[in-house]
Design a protein around this ligand. Structure first.
Ligand SMILES: Cc1cc2nc3c(=O)[nH]c(=O)nc-3n(C[C@H](O)[C@H](O)[C@H](O)COP(=O)(O)OP(=O)(O)OC[C@H]3O[C@@H](n4cnc5c(N)ncnc54)[C@H](O)[C@@H]3O)c2cc1C
Length: 485
């Protein structure tokens, strides 16, 4: 019997655990270790952040799902990885610490034959002084954060109802933050809610971003086919912001926050301040911060993880200038190069480099988006990694029949821009591939035939449909596996 251990029950790890168990059946064991007792459908946190959904609508308890599927679930945090075992353990193992239940606080080891690290991003609020829901800004990265953001947003809306002006600052809270799409979506939803209440004249909404040009979204921007024309996402994004009455600050690296004030440097090296009444700024992302040790218990964290704490996989990490980046630098099977029974999926894998061009101010401040890994690739990678692990276990072979390079797969992104069956709007963007391939597509970097950008009600209905469909799938209800990521 083989044992597969999955770390993290988010979009990627949850998918990996369900797929691995379905493929391996009762003969093999699948264990999942994750600190939160709930699964959350993160994209819908945006709607929690504007009061249109309750946290209960975007989450559900994991334990009953795992019980039904025959997956062993430990509500714990993984602390360290020991791929070679040590003097007390022959097999590779992870150390974990229970965070709830009768074992709360207890540490134990869990051995594995195969490990899938899907611990997602650590929300690194500490990297920006004053950032985060415990300090001076809001977040929508978790359902708790989003519910808290809605409480604060209501206070601003109430003040506006009484005739007071309010300034909203939405965007990236670190010079290297990613996830621009989520923040952009939140800015549009705030504008929509303000408009719905006929309070526009009292709202000053600002988008602040580390992108060189708007519409970069951490993927180096894109060209999209729209109404028969090829349009850069810069124009697409700026026109949506204009339509929603949102002004913008670009090339901005937010470095510090005080009560009601953000301090930022722009790429030209100048320092600025922006006052706000309500701010939602996305933090920098890092890896989960696990350590790794060899059989002598010597620290090999640098061997297993990149400097940002994300796990090294089969990417080409050779440092090279932007002009020499290739689609083939990106990983295909997400296998650790040193320990072939370990994989990293979703945001937990270390990308070879960014997709956006690295930029630096004259003061040496790096200001540009790090690469996003949205829900769709995170889910697909989780499925592919689990399918390869199951293949290795069932056949005893070392090959990987399934691949999921972000330089080969397309993705769709639906940015909700207002809620309601009639008035709801969303911007839908598709790109293929996610990572530009300038060798294959020398003109546009991507296949322009598959690259679309539209705004309308249909997008909103799709986003709402996806909310229910992906929660249904994550609950592993009947025929869940036929629903694509
Ligand atoms: C507000 C917001 C809106 C978004 N909207 C969209 C959207 O509309 N479309 C889209 O495609 N993508 C969207 N995304 C991105 C999407 O949520 C991510 O791509 C996706 O969640 C990444 O999946 P993941 O499994 O890698 O990480 P996560 O989903 O973050 O899961 C990581 C899991 O690991 C667990 N974990 C952390 N540390 C440890 C540890 N040490 N040990 C064990 N477990 C650990 C966490 O508790 C969590 O369960 C959005 C993101 C945000 C923040």
């Amino acid at each position: 019997m083989a044992k597969v251990v999955v770390l993290g029950a988010g979009v990627s790890g949850h998918t990996a655990a369900l797929v691995a168990k379905r493929k391996l059946g009762k003969q093999h064991e699948v264990v999942i270790i994750s600190p939160n007792s709930n699964y959350q459908w993160v994209p819908s946190n945006i709607w929690v952040g504007v009061g249109l959904m309750k946290p209960d609508q975007v989450k559900f308890k994991l334990a009953p799902v795992y019980k039904k599927q025959g997956i062993v679930y430990k509500q714990a945090l993984a602390l360290s990885i020991h791929p070679e075992g040590n003097k007390n353990n022959e097999k590779g193992f992870v150390t974990i610490k229970y965070v709830a239940g009768e074992n709360e606080g207890k540490e134990e080891t869990v051995d594995f034959d195969f490990l899938i690290n899907a611990t997602g991003p650590k929300l690194n609020f500490a990297a920006t002084e004053g950032l985060g829901p415990d300090k001076f800004t809001n977040s929508v990265c978790t359902y708790d954060h989003a519910a808290h953001a809605w409480e604060n947003l209501q206070k601003s809306l109430e003040k506006m109802e009484k005739g007071e002006k309010q300034t909203f600052l939405i965007g990236t809270g670190h010079p290297l933050a990613t996830c621009q799409g989520a923040a952009f979506e939140y800015a549009l939803n705030i504008s929509f809610e303000v408009n719905k209440r006929k309070l526009n004249h009292l709202a000053d909404i600002w988008w602040i971003s580390n992108e060189y040009e708007l519409g970069d979204f951490g993927m180096g921007g894109a060209y999209i086919k729209r109404n028969g024309y090829i349009t850069p996402t810069k124009i697409f994004t700026e026109s949506i912001l204009k339509e929603y009455g949102i002004r913008w600050i670009k090339r901005a690296g937010v470095k510090k926050i005080d009560a009601g004030k953000a301090y930022y440097e722009t790429l030209d090296g100048t320092e600025h301040e922006k006052e706000f009444d309500f701010a939602m700024l996305i933090p920098g992302f890092a890896g989960a911060g696990m350590k790794a040790f060899d059989k002598n218990d010597d620290d090999i964290t640098d061997k297993v993880f990149a400097a940002n704490g994300m796990m090294k996989v089969d990417a080409d990490y050779t440092p090279k200038p932007y002009e020499e980046w290739k689609a083939s630098d990106w990983p295909k099977i997400y296998q650790n190069p040193v320990y072939d029974n370990m994989y990293a999926s979703g945001i937990a894998f270390a990308p070879p480099h960014t997709m956006s061009k690295p930029m630096e101010s004259p003061n040496g401040t790096k200001i540009f988006p790090t690469p996003p890994r949205t829900g769709m690739p995170s889910g697909v990678i989780g499925r592919v990694v689990a399918a390869n692990v199951a293949h290795r276990i069932k056949t005893g072979k070392e090959d990987h029949p399934h691949e999921a390079s972000m330089a080969k797969m397309g993705a769709a992104c639906i940015v909700s821009a207002g809620y309601g069956l009639i008035k709801g709007q969303a911007a839908v963007m598709t790109v293929n591939p996610i990572v530009q391939d300038w060798e294959k597509y020398p003109k546009w970097g991507r296949n322009i035939k598959d690259t679309v950008g539209v705004v309308g009600s249909a997008g909103h209905w799709m986003k709402l449909f996806m909310h229910y469909m992906f929660l249904y799938k994550a609950k592993a209800k009947a025929l869940w596996w036929i629903i694509p990521e």
